[in-house]
Write a protein that binds this ligand. Structure first.
Ligand SMILES: [Zn+2]
Length: 484
């Protein structure tokens, strides 16, 4: 070999090694950002023994009154035994004892609509370009707020970088979503990410359907993916006039998914879309309608079908809340926001919006948001009054929302809308729990044999839902966490 060739060979080996080193360093950094602990919590060491929680008042997830209990025994992630005060004192129990000090023990909260790793909650003008999201921190934030279960409405875009989480609420994750060709959320993804990342993300998150006949096998295969449910988008309003599946395509998708034993949760925008989805057999509607005000006929039809609706009261309110800085951020929102999100929340939104140049969220579109907000509040109150089953959920991952803290804010909003606290508590515990625990131990309820997802609250949330901010202990599948 000539010296020249050896030289080139050495250079290219060196070049390759450098390239590999750079890529590895990038991956290591990305993994560190996505997976680094937020140090919000401490964990009690229970070393495989059972736990005895003594002297508590219990909200069981359903009842409108508290019931005194001497002790609740937890082992292997399950509530093994409950000694109500009427049962007399239990005999001595081995295991770690926790004194409940007369606080309220209740099921951990369930956020039925969230997106892990989607964003850190910054509004769109503050979050241009790709960002790595600290997903481990989001998981901790949910638990800190007392949220022990999350329904994840999309594939976590940071999943490839996230190490096996050490601390996490239970997550019921969707498969890839189904939407029309170029339907929501594809334009949004294009707006926030440059090519080719936008195209990769779009494919990772959604299957775009242009023809049911040509894509039947693809849809059936998606229904066989490991996720807990399929999320289908049926909405023409994001951006305004966006392509949407036809009603017959939606019906065909729901039939195909149900034939594979998969639940279908549908994102809707208008009241007509809500009714079409409910009639087509949607298992859950992921939002109340917001595009228009629901009429009496549609309302009674929805009540008769009885498909549960997720509250998501903040999905448009975050904008006016940011502009007016009212209501102000709660202590919990401040505590659980990322620094960047907090900075963006406290900026002058009027100037930011005036300078914001967006293809999707044009000034005309932003002007509609106020009516979306009012319609949603109006419809939510009417759905409640008509007896449609409501489930608490936030759509955390959207701008202005904070993991965990936003669920408590949501429950406070529902209380301000006039919904009684006992019903709100059911909406965040036993009602979603029943939907999620069709197999395995029960969820969202304090009962022998149910999953030991519990929170201890200082103050009675049946008298004021905002007492839920004072969580002193959180148990996820029998593991004990406390706020740092
Ligand atoms: Zn969503």
């Amino acid at each position: 070999m000539s010296t020249r060739l050896i030289y080139i060979f050495r250079i290219s080996i060196l070049g390759l090694a450098t390239l590999i080193a750079v890529i590895s360093a990038l991956i290591v950094t990305a993994r560190a950002i996505v997976s680094s602990p937020a140090n919000l919590l401490t964990r009690d060491s229970i070393a495989g023994t059972s736990v005895v929680i003594k002297n508590v008042r219990v909200f069981d997830g359903k009842s409108s009154v508290l019931r005194d209990a001497h002790a609740i025994i937890v082992g292997s992630g399950i509530i093994e035994q409950i000694y109500w005060s009427s049962d007399g004192f239990p005999s001595a129990h081995k295991g770690k004892a926790i004194d409940g000090n007369g606080q309220v023990l209740m099921p951990g909260l369930i956020d039925f609509h969230a997106h892990l790793g989607f964003s850190d909650g910054r509004p769109p003008w503050a979050a241009k370009g790709p960002t790595l999201i600290n997903v481990a921190g989001q998981r901790e934030a949910f638990i800190y707020a007392g949220v022990t279960t999350v329904v994840e409405g999309s594939v976590n875009p940071m999943a490839a970088f996230e190490k096996r989480p050490k601390i996490s609420p239970n997550v019921f994750a969707a498969t890839r979503m189904l939407t029309a060709l170029e339907g929501h959320p594809i334009p949004m993804i294009r707006e926030f990410l440059p090519r080719p990342m936008s195209e990769w993300s779009a494919d990772m998150m959604a299957l775009q359907v242009s023809s049911i006949d040509a894509q039947t096998d693809e849809i059936r295969n998606l229904a066989r993916e490991p996720g807990h449910h399929i999320k289908v988008i049926f909405d023409r309003s994001i951006p305004w006039g966006a392509p949407r599946l036809s009603p017959s395509a939606l019906e065909a998708i729901i039939k195909l998914a149900h034939a594979e034993g998969k639940l279908v949760y549908v994102h809707i925008g208008s009241s007509e879309e809500a009714l079409i989805a409910a009639r087509a057999g949607a298992d859950v509607l992921m939002h109340p309608p917001f595009v228009d005000k629901i009429n009496d006929e549609t309302l009674s039809a929805l009540a008769e079908i009885g498909a549960p609706v997720v509250t998501t009261a903040q999905i448009w309110q975050w904008l006016s809340r940011g502009v007016n800085q009212s209501p102000p951020l709660t202590q919990l929102e401040k505590r659980l926001s990322t620094e960047k999100a907090l900075e963006a929340r406290e900026a002058d939104w009027r100037t930011e919006i005036a300078n914001y140049n967006s293809a999707t969220f044009t000034p005309e579109y932003l002007a509609r948001v106020e009516s979306f907000e009012h319609n949603l509040e109006h419809n939510l109150k009417r759905l409640y009054a008509a007896g449609v089953p409501l489930i608490a959920g936030t759509d955390t991952g959207l701008p202005g929302l904070t993991p965990g803290a936003s669920l408590l804010f949501e429950l406070g909003m529902l209380q301000d809308y006039g919904i009684p606290a006992n019903v709100i508590l059911q909406m965040a515990t036993s009602r979603p729990g029943a939907l999620l625990s069709s197999s395995g131990p029960k969820l969202g309820i304090v009962q022998e044999g149910a999953r030991a997802d519990l929170i201890l609250v200082d103050g009675n949330p049946l008298s004021n839902i905002r007492y839920l901010e004072n969580v002193s202990l959180i148990m996820v599948s029998g593991e004990i966490f406390r706020r740092r």
